[in-house]
Design a protein around this ligand. Sequence first.
Ligand code: CO
Length: 182
Amino acid sequence: MAVMGIVHYGDPILRKKCASVKDFSNLDSLIDDLYDTMYEAEGIGLAANQVGLDLNLFVIDISHTDEKEKPRIFINCEIIVSEGQSVFPEGCLSIPEITLDVTRPEFITCKYQGLDKEWQEEEFSDLLGRAIQHEMDHLNGILIIDRVSSLEKMKVNKELKEIKINAEKKVSKRSIEKRVVL
Ligand code: CO
């Protein structure tokens, strides 16, 4: 078990469009670590770039709200159909303490790969559909603050600035540590 550090708003990897997963050979332990990190942080979803990895994959577990749902892994996921519209308050592990009402399509159809590399096509709605869209946004460099009006964003401006300053400090500390090691 390994809990990884979750990067916060201000870290450039959260603004990157993540690379497709091509090598499936060493994903098992990485997926386990993603789950561990997500559970430790009490989130229901976590994208790879939230732990600093440039990979198109995310995990979701909403089994505490719906026991029919098992923990799920989505690799190279694409939304191929989206319909309807709903508003729901969303938080994000990379933007702590902030909740915003986000408008998103209500029904989606996704194409994605599992750990066995097989492509699946599946329809989603409700909490799972929303969580998938939130995590897909992460992998495309989009955050919930980009999904609300500038007025809504302004209301959390002070908190955002603080998160950003701290995240940028961590990023520069990381690059100095790297230089020392090399
Ligand atoms: Co998030």
